[in-house]
Design a protein around this ligand. Structure first.
Ligand code: DOR
Ligand code: ZN
Ligand code: ZN
Length: 430
């Protein structure tokens, strides 16, 4: 007898009335007749998606746990329908050494209720080889913080490794952002809207061009984090050719919000890259050129966000608003469940090599998010599990909510209540 059966599932878009058999955390059958099992959950015809994979979160653990930690971050993930998260390396210490990488696996293994992967950072070229052995999701470079000469060395070093690794880039040019930031700082204007001027669209396009050139020269895969301008998409459309050589990610805030929100919400929507004006910003129609939706969940405290435009840290918490916002678009016929599967399940699993994730099929991990597509909700940060209880989407009326999240057969969220579970490093051999 198997462990669990989810009966009466709607495997959107095409398969209604299915039963999913689960044993030992894996999907063992998909049938019309429910298999015999220890436990049965009646899904009552609701849409069932593969658990969402977030390619881009900042859980701040270790070192900045007053903003978030792997427990609260993973609770937010579960509440938002995510079953796997990929954590960014800008913690304290940064995840740039073998020691720090192993330490973070240990911390996350103790605290996380969802499965996790880790992006490695690069400070020291000599650490690339030892970290590579530990299976980072990618090597992440913040181009706004390093010179292109260093980036070139990173590409060269990674190209010498026997296995292929993706290089994820935060594409904003260091010289241009520094120059424009100094220029804006020299004035006395402290209106948050000037932050958009301090990091203009051209800064992204210049960095993107450099990353593309290096990717081609060294024949390395790159993943462009949080693309924010139309010009970038035009460039990506031109150069994208075979396989996953160049892949790209968009955040919900760059898709749904423009720079007028800097006027409305001040530094609470300060983020890197900044929100763009209507001429440059992206919208849902650009998803066809994009491979992944990543939340860039970047929590900070209220006190930090209340500082002035130059002192408030950049970042927006998004794990618990992303799926409701997207389901709302499905209800408006602007998106489909297929888009969600492509952008938040199948593509991130393929690009970052998560072999057992991203699809509902026999042999895959039993990770699911169950949707109530008719449930209406007014976004309220008091309901968030993240430590960062604010959102530019506060007060938005949405239709469509995740109502249950399951990680390897274990319920981690049921109607907004989260439950303990032992999250696992996804590249661990099973
Ligand atoms: O807005 C941002 N916040 N952009 C980044 O690149 C870093 C992130 C953070 O860690 O807060
Ligand atoms: Zn970034
Ligand atoms: Zn980020």
């Amino acid at each position: 007898m198997i462990d669990l059966c989810l009966k009466n599932c709607n495997l959107v878009p095409e398969k209604d009335g299915c039963s999913i058999g689960i044993d030992n955390g894996k999907i063992v059958s998909i049938t019309k007749i429910p298999p015999k099992s220890e436990k049965v959950i009646d899904i009552k015809g609701k849409p069932v998606l593969p658990g969402l994979i977030d390619s881009h979160v900042h859980f701040r653990d270790p070192g900045l746990t007053y903003k978030e930690d792997f427990k609260t971050g993973s609770h937010a993930a579960a509440n938002g329908g995510f079953t796997t998260v990929m954590d960014m390396p800008n913690t304290i210490p940064p995840t740039v050494t073998k020691k720090a990488f192993l330490e973070k696996i240990k911390i996350a293994g103790k605290k996380s209720i969802v499965d996790f992967a880790l992006h490695a950072g690069v400070n020291d070229l000599d650490q690339i080889r030892p970290i590579a052995k530990l299976k980072p999701a990618s090597f992440k470079i913040f181009m706004d913080l390093v010179d292109n000469s260093f980036l070139m060395e990173v590409f060269e070093e990674i190209s010498k490794l026997s296995q292929k690794y993706t290089i994820s880039v935060h594409a904003e040019d260091k010289n241009i952002t520094n120059y424009c930031t100094e220029h804006e700082k020299s004035g006395s204007n402290l209106n948050p809207i000037i932050y958009a001027k301090a990091r203009p669209p051209i800064s992204e396009v210049v960095a993107l061009s450099a990353a593309i050139a290096l990717s081609r020269f060294y024949n390395q895969k790159i993943h462009i984090c949080h693309v924010s301008t139309k010009n970038s998409i035009e460039l990506i459309d031109i150069v994208k050719n075979k396989g996953d050589q160049i892949t790209s990610e968009i955040t919900p805030h760059h898709m749904f919000l423009d720079d007028s929100y800097l006027d409305k919400y001040g530094n609470f929507v300060k983020t890197n890259p900044p929100l763009r004006d209507n001429e440059n910003k992206l919208d849902i129609s650009h998803l066809k050129s994009i491979d992944v939706i990543g939340t860039d969940h970047a929590p900070h405290t209220l006190e930090e966000k209340e500082k002035n435009v130059w002192e408030a840290p950049p970042g927006i918490p998004s794990l618990e608003t992303t799926l409701p916002m997207l389901l709302n678009e499905i209800n408006k016929d602007k998106m489909s469940f297929g888009d969600i599967k492509r952008l938040l399940c199948e593509n991130p699993a393929r690009i970052f090599n998560l072999k057992n994730k991203g699809r509902i099929a026999e042999g895959m991990d039993a990770d699911f998010v169950i949707i109530d597509i008719k449930k209406e909700y007014v976004i309220n940060p008091d309901d968030f599990k993240t430590k960062a209880k604010y959102s530019p989407f506060e007060g938005f009326n949405v239709k469509g909510m995740p109502v249950m999240t399951i990680v390897r057969g274990n319920i981690v969220m049921d109607e907004g209540e989260v439950f303990e579970n032992k999250g696992k490093f996804v590249y661990e051999e099973t």
